[in-house]
Design a protein around this ligand. Structure first.
Ligand code: NAI
Ligand code: OAA
Length: 341
């Protein structure tokens, strides 16, 4: 039993070593998870507790965070954990934060689109970002709450109202789409998934999710039918999980993993690690819509460079054209929500 425990911890350290940057000489960093008691939030909190980049971990939710924080604080890693529950404690949770990760809000049930979550989650996200604007306006915000295509523009508008919007510091987390595309591509082509990369561009809902398999590495020969099947599977990855969970929520474990990968990339960028590049949904002039996900270099100020789309196949060009009206409508909806608040 003891031996098995040791092996487990050793495996955990190995996962952390592969997922996370080295702690050596890293500055002190405070990370808050807002929605920390939820399905994503709890696992994400554990993963952030395992990150050597995090020195303070602030866990906020409207329920249950004293328990989650007590539990998480017993893990024998460096980060100091604090728990904060209810709106009265939001300010304390956020003061001094370098990175704020937001997985708060309701998840989908079968038959719903991500946009169906807007009615509830728009207000939740606006309230939380208001707290960020008042308490840690310099922090990087990584937005997980759906619909991401709208919640990121909502966050931008709230920050603008406070006069603290910095487009380099606001990110929609689309890492799960990349995680899925890599997994499906590696499986289909018999490749080692650890060596695989697949850029995913656009947004984070249905046809706005566009994996660029023509740019996947290592390159594999796939016929058009296979490319289309993998594209649709990546676009429907979230729905696949929602249906399998049959009313008990949406992706939590894979999302917590993806959210931790992105938060750690943001921290590595902040800490001056070179060449940290992730696909993420940011204010962008790569296409005609004002927010778009593509490869972004992360640096000490947040976004340091946004990369273009590279050469696209006719199939990818067509898919890009088709997503634009939906993406623009979701962005407009978010902006209008804050204007009418
Ligand atoms: N960006 C992405 O790729 C993904 C996004 N999501 C989204 O993440 C969100 C959370 O999903 P789950 O963790 O599965 O849901 P969940 O229901 O398990 O957890 C949500 C948590 O948010 C908390 N919450 C509600 N209002 C709050 C407020 N005002 N302040 C702080 N916390 C609040 C709840 O108390 C709950 O603990 C959903 O909107 C879901 O659609 C889910 C998977 C992937
Ligand atoms: O599908 C959902 O509702 C949750 C999500 O965004 C995903 O799993 O990609």
């Amino acid at each position: 039993m003891f031996q098995a425990g040791r092996q487990f911890v050793g495996a955990g350290r190995e996962v952390a070593r592969r997922c996370f940057s080295s702690a050596a000489e890293a500055p002190e960093r405070k990370v808050a998870v807002l929605g920390a008691a939820g399905g994503i939030g709890q696992t994400l909190s554990l993963l952030m507790k395992m990150s050597p980049s995090v020195t303070k971990l602030s866990l906020y939710d409207i329920v249950n965070t004293p328990g989650v924080a007590a539990d998480c604080s017993h893990v024998n890693t460096g980060a100091q954990v604090t728990g904060h529950v209810g709106a009265d404690q939001l300010d304390d949770a956020l003061k001094g934060c370098d990175v704020v990760v937001i997985p708060a809000g309701v998840p989908r049930k079968p038959g719903m689109t991500r946009d169906d979550l807007f009615a509830i989650n728009a207000g939740i996200v606006a309230g939380l970002v208001d707290g960020v604007a008042r308490n840690c306006p310099e922090a990087l915000i990584t937005m997980i709450s759906n619909p991401v295509n709208s919640t990121v523009p909502i966050a931008a508008e709230v920050l603008k109202k406070h006069g603290v919007y910095n487009p380099k510091k606001l990110f929609g987390v689309t890492t799960l789409d990349v995680v899925r595309a890599k997994t499906f591509y590696a499986e289909k082509n018999g490749l080692d998934v650890n060596t695989v990369d697949v850029p995913v561009v656009g947004g984070h809902a249905g046809i706005t999710i566009l994996p660029l398999f023509s740019q996947a590495t290592p390159s594999a020969q796939m016929d058009q039918e296979t490319i289309e099947a993998l594209t649709v599977r990546t676009q429907n990855g979230g729905t696949e999980v929602v249906e399998a969970k049959a009313g008990k929520g949406s992706a939590t474990l894979s999302m917590a993993y993806a959210g931790a990968l992105f938060a750690d990339a943001a921290l590595r960028g902040l800490n001056g690690v070179q060449d940290v590049v992730e696909c993420t949904y940011v204010e962008s002039s790569v296409t005609d819509v004002p927010f778009f996900s593509s490869k972004v270099k992360l640096g000490p100020e947040g976004v340091s460079e946004i990369y273009g789309l590279g050469d696209l196949t006719d199939y990818e060009k067509d898919a890009l054209d088709k997503m634009m009206p939906e993406l623009q409508a979701s962005i407009d909806k978010g902006i209008d929500f804050v204007k009418n608040m």
